[in-house]
Design a protein around this ligand. Structure first.
Ligand code: ZN
Length: 312
């Protein structure tokens, strides 16, 4: 009997070890970092940007990427039964999703995944959904919400951080798409280290007036939101992270790709590509080994990688 109970315990111990490795962000099989991209609903072209994002990671040789796709908007409850991502099998979850809320047990599983050390990278409209999900709002710090929802954060010309209370100032929005300068605010962080202090991003939306609990926010980059393009006249946070339990939640607001857009130019920007790859590595391992490429944009010159045009 003793031997039998010992054998029964073995798989449990092995399972705990595996869970521990996944939860602490160690690379999975083959030494690659396992990434799950969640998509399925978005007012952007998720069906084409998810493979693009997967390619940006896999082409480094450091990541293996899978996808979890929700049912389409308006699907019956039955269709959601198959959406049960095994978050714990991954070290990074990429949120390329902006749609209906997830089932309660999927939300709980996601909270546990992050709290126990899982990494998350939120891309562009990934900070739009789940306004009524308190823990998601805490994870992302700031979301696409109205001005009564929560705090707003911006930087003035002197680099000082201002917190604007709920009800004051603008809520979420963006002006006309245009090229804009990204300013690195923390040049010592592993994700931004080695980047020029200012670099010119390709044509993109520039979100402003994002709102949320804004707790424990580490702002890594901002962009000046120019009133001449419909902006707010202050420096809006565009890249940041929030620690959540043992995990890290990294938000990149760059990366607008509309549904009818032939050229995903915002995601071809070498600045976006480098931020995205390094963020994924950092939330998984706490380190960054991926270099800043030599063709990185400068303050007055954009730089893009070659990708097939969507329309071709
Ligand atoms: Zn957009």
């Amino acid at each position: 009997m003793r031997n039998r109970s010992f054998l029964c315990v073995l798989p449990i111990v092995a399972g705990l070890i595996c869970f521990g490795l996944a939860a602490t962000g160690q690379p999975g099989g083959g030494g690659k970092i396992r990434v799950l991209i969640v998509d399925g609903q978005n007012n952007h072209d998720w069906a084409r940007t998810s493979p693009l994002l997967a390619n940006l990671l896999e082409s480094t040789g450091k990541f293996s990427v899978e996808r979890a796709t929700t049912p389409p908007r308006g699907a019956k409850a039955d269709a959601w039964r198959t959406f049960r991502p095994s978050f714990g099998n991954y070290s990074v979850v990429v949120v390329n999703y902006n749609g209906e809320t997830w089932p309660g047990d999927v939300r709980t599983a996601f909270e546990r995944y992050v709290a126990s050390g899982g990494g998350v990278v939120v891309v562009h409209a990934g900070n739009n959904p789940f306004a009524d999900w308190e823990e998601y709002n805490r994870m992302i710090g700031l979301g696409w919400r109205n001005n009564r929802f929560g705090w707003r954060i911006y930087l003035d010309d002197g680099g000082r951080i201002h917190r604007v209370p709920p009800g004051e100032g603008p809520g979420a929005g963006h002006g006309r798409q245009h090229e804009y300068v990204v300013t690195i605010r923390d040049p010592e962080h592993p994700v931004t280290r080695g980047m020029p202090r200012q670099w010119l991003h390709t044509r993109d939306e520039l979100y402003h007036g994002q709102r949320g609990p804004a707790e424990k926010m580490h702002i890594l980059a901002t962009a000046y939101s120019d009133p001449r393009t419909g902006g707010t006249g202050v420096h809006e946070p565009v890249v940041w992270y929030v620690p959540y339990g043992e995990g890290k939640v990294f938000t990149i607001l760059l990366g607008h790709v509309g549904r009818s857009q032939a050229d995903p130019v915002a995601m071809r920007c070498v600045g976006f590509v480098t931020l995205f790859r390094r963020a994924a590595e950092w939330v998984a391992t706490g380190r960054v080994t991926l270099p800043v490429p030599r063709n990185f944009p400068s303050a007055d010159r954009t730089s893009v990688i070659d990708l097939p045009r969507f329309g071709d």
